[in-house]
Design a protein around this ligand. Structure first.
Ligand code: SF4
Length: 79
C-alpha cells in the first residue's frame, strides 16, 4: 500500500510489471488484486526500490505469503 507520505512523483508507476499502481483522485494507490509484490518478475518489489520517500509499505490488512503471490502471478499471466 502507499501511505500518506507519497509526494505523487510518479516514479513507481512505470516500474510496476503488473500495472497495479495508478494515480487516484487524491493519492497514488496500488490495486491489491494486481500486485504480486513483483513475485514472478523480480527479486524485490520494484516500486519500493524507486520510491524516494519510502511511502510504499506492506498493508497489514492484506498480508500475502510468497505462495499466494506466486498463485496470483500465475492467475494474472493466464487471464
Ligand atoms: Fe508516491 Fe513513492 Fe510512487 Fe512517488 S514513488 S508516486 S512518492 S508512492
Amino acid at each position: 500500500m502507499i501511505n500518506s507520505d507519497c509526494i505523487s512523483c510518479d516514479a513507481c508507476v512505470p516500474e510496476c510489471p503488473n500495472g497495479a499502481i495508478s494515480a487516484g483522485e487524491e493519492a497514488y494507490a496500488i490495486d491489491p488484486t494486481k500486485c504480486t509484490e513483483c513475485v514472478g518478475h523480480f527479486d524485490k518489489s520494484q516500486c519500493i526500490q524507486v520510491c524516494p520517500v519510502d511511502s510504499i509499505v506492506s498493508d497489514p490488512n492484506n498480508l500475502e505469503s510468497k505462495d499466494q503471490l506466486q498463485e496470483k502471478f500465475l492467475r494474472l499471466a493466464t487471464t
